[in-house]
Design a protein around this ligand. Structure first.
Ligand SMILES: C[S@@+](CC[C@H](N)C(=O)[O-])C[C@H]1O[C@@H](n2cnc3c(N)ncnc32)[C@H](O)[C@@H]1O
Length: 304
């Protein structure tokens, strides 16, 4: 199996993809507060993470990035809540969610296929003294040591599960590692317009301390196989650093086109999760709807 060359460059990936990270972590906390297993909050000693904690205490409609910074939450009586129970980040990449949630007091396990990503997250956790453990593993063949209160698989990583059989088996293995009532959150691209299936391009850039990473996400429509519903996509990073510009081409990676109704049916087929909802973005107040849909469909699954 080939992994994108881009994932061998965690420092550039970490900057290129850091946007929205806090809001996405707010969303995880909001889901745990609204739907998580049992008692999820307990007092912290400091005020660190107050905004997220307030969001997690019943203002899920404020949990998207657009609202999080200008939220005016009700006063919290003295203490901040944090997530109880271990969390699992599947396809953790450069660890943006794992590290941020650990900063907010969680214990997080990450897995990723890329040894470079795993080494990067491990070193970042060690440097910051965070409770994050990370290992190389394949989401198509998971052997997990739970239990976890919640897991997530963000930013299109779920689409590396290429067949219906892969998806159902993956869901069952994740469920087996969760406590009863535990949550599994997924986030992957679905075509907004049917005439663009397999031919979308997304690009954005991030800059910090003189380093700019420009990210291009390309789809190759001629590679689309309408029977298996797979196609090849590709990441390209343009790195502007120290007065030079260079390009890292990820190479083509085969991914699955997974539509909302198929996802619903496969979750039902797994027999281990209930699909609580799918959202147009990282916002529990925005159920999936054609008018409000971003290119990401975010879903909340609860273990039976
Ligand atoms: C688009 S990145 C997403 C990373 C992270 N979830 C995020 O939101 O930034 C996809 C990640 O999935 C990893 N990956 C690709 N194929 C995988 C597989 N079969 N099993 C586990 N991880 C995989 C890559 O190494 C990469 O770090």
């Amino acid at each position: 199996m080939t992994n994108s060359e881009v994932y061998r460059h965690p420092r550039y990936y970490a900057l290129g993809y850091r946007w929205q990270t806090e809001a996405e972590c707010d969303f995880i906390q909001a889901c745990l507060a609204a739907h998580g297993p049992g008692e999820v909050g307990r007092p912290l000693d400091s005020d660190v993470g107050a905004t997220a904690a307030v969001l997690a205490r019943g203002r899920p409609e404020r949990a998207s990035l657009g609202h999080a910074r200008d939220a005016h939450p009700e006063p919290v009586e003295g203490r901040v809540q944090r997530v109880e129970g271990r969390l699992l980040d599947i396809g953790c990449g450069a660890g943006r969610h794992a590290l941020e949630l650990a900063r907010r007091g969680a214990a997080v396990q990450g897995i990723d296929l890329s040894p470079e990503m795993v080494a990067y997250v491990s070193e970042a956790a060690r440097t910051e003294g965070l409770d994050v453990t990370v290992s190389v593993a394949n989401l198509r063949d998971l052997h997990l040591e739970g239990p976890f209160a919640a897991a997530w698989c963000f930013m299109d990583t779920f689409r590396f599960l290429l067949t219906n059989g892969d998806i159902v088996e993956h869901l069952r293995r994740v469920a087996a590692a969760l406590v009863p009532g535990g949550l599994y959150l997924t986030d992957f691209w679905v075509p907004r317009q049917w005439d663009q299936i397999g031919s979308e391009i997304h690009q954005w850039e991030q800059t910090e301390n003189g380093l700019t990473v420009r990210v291009f996400y390309l789809q190759h429509p001629e590679s689309a196989d309408p029977v298996s519903q797979t196609f090849e996509d590709e990441l390209v990073l343009e790195i502007h650093e120290g007065g030079t510009v260079r390009e890292i081409r990820g190479g083509r990676t085969k991914t699955r086109l997974l539509m909302p109704q198929e996802f619903r049916a496969l979750v039902a087929e797994s027999g281990v999760f209930d699909l609580l909802g799918s959202y147009s973005d990282f916002d529990l107040a925005k159920p999936l709807a054609a008018a409000s849909m971003s290119w990401r469909m975010v879903s909340v699954l609860k273990r039976r």
